[in-house]
Design a binder for this molecule. Structure first.
Ligand code: 9MR
Length: 349
């Protein structure tokens, strides 16, 4: 693909472009939006969508529709939202997102089928036997994936199943079912929609480290056993105060070599407030670093920001004194990070 051949130029030029803020000229091309800049790159540009903002905020809605060609439900496809009581499914909000995406020519990433967080009380508070839990997990995965069959193109099948040291996270699933629950989850999802691409997904797994080593080993093992796992998702929750992992491309490349797709699934780059121009430039560099790794890889297919505006970002509510983590300000003005994402796509043309 021509785009991927040209992409080496990105590495050399992106930093200078990010710093100068100048957009590279692309003759005759509509490059006004992120989505237009990404066209032909082989990488989808996505955002997480807050469904109450989508319903109530027309400016927010217009940006989702115009700037992105992929969407992820920030919350409404999680277990507590989808199956609030055992066997009673509520598709309304998730269906609204899927319909919105279809109307705007966008694909949908499904997030998420198995997680230790945002589960309904009936699931976590009742004492089920291992056999019951296995049945519950199977029913949930099959019902949810079947409902969205053909409308959700990628699923985060298991989310955050490893600790940072590479050991498996202690969850109700691991305790009751043992590590085999991961392979089972992929098999059940695949049975329900054989065409959907099925992903592992986590945070702090962007560079080469103990956690991403564990994922690499798991992906290799599952592939060798014929388990239908197709993708490795890196959330990309970064912070300018920590610097950025230098081995992201090395990491992505080893999954490339396994024949596994990769995606950046929840990118945001927070900072300690107040905002200043240096932090904003560092932030732009962080966004662009992950996108460069994706553009350089053969099988990196999407890059999603976890909310595009500070108006609705999850960050200030969780990290006290931090914020400004997204590419648009609260008043929906694009930041240097926005320009950096756009320019990085344009440089890869
Ligand atoms: O952005 C989501 C926020 O609105 C929820 O309150 C939170 C609850 O855990 O989940 C946030 O999204 C998370 C995502 O689903 C998985 N990776 C980490 C994200 C940020 O916490």
């Amino acid at each position: 693909m021509a785009t991927r051949r040209n992409v080496l130029a990105v590495v050399a030029l992106a930093l200078a472009t990010v710093v100068s803020g100048a957009a590279p000229a692309v003759a005759g091309a509509d490059t006004d939006t992120l989505r237009a800049a990404a066209r032909g790159s082989g990488v989808r540009i996505g955002t997480a969508v807050d469904m109450s903002a989508l319903a109530s905020d027309a400016d927010y809605r217009a940006i989702v529709a115009s700037q992105f060609d992929s969407v992820t439900a920030e919350n409404v496809m999680k277990w507590e939202a989808i199956e609030p009581e055992r066997g009673r499914y509520d598709w309304a909000a998730a269906d609204r997102l899927v319909d919105f995406a279809r109307a705007n020519g966008q694909v949908v990433r499904g997030h998420t089928l198995v997680w230790h967080n945002q589960n309904p009380a009936w699931l976590t508070e009742d004492a089920f036997t291992p056999a019951e839990l296995r049945q519950i997990l199977r029913d949930h995965i099959k019902t949810q994936v079947r409902h969205f069959k053909g409308r959700v193109y990628q699923w985060d099948v298991v989310n955050e199943v490893f600790n940072d040291d590479g050991t498996l996270r202690d969850t109700i699933w691991l305790r009751a079912l043992g590590p085999g629950y991961i392979a089972d989850a992929f098999r059940w999802a695949h049975e329900a929609d054989p065409k959907a691409k099925l992903y592992l997904n986590d945070y702090n797994n962007e560079g080469v480290n103990a956690k991403s080593d564990a994922y690499y080993a798991l992906a290799k093992q599952l592939r060798s056993q014929g388990v239908p796992i197709h993708g490795y998702g890196m959330q990309g929750h970064l912070g300018v105060q920590y610097g950025f992992p230098g081995t992201v491309f090395d990491n992505v490349r080893r999954f490339d070599a396994l024949g596994v797709q990769t995606a950046f699934t929840e990118v945001d780059v927070r900072m300690i407030l107040p905002v200043d121009p240096t932090k904003e430039q560092a932030q732009a560099y962080g966004f662009s670093t992950l996108l460069q790794a994706c553009l350089l890889a053969r099988h990196c297919v999407s890059y999603t920001v976890w909310g595009f505006t500070d108006r609705y970002s999850w960050v200030p509510g969780v990290f006290e004194g931090q914020g400004s983590a997204t590419p648009y300000t609260e008043s929906l003005q694009p930041k240097p990070a926005y320009q950096a994402i756009r320019n990085t796509f344009l440089l890869a043309r």
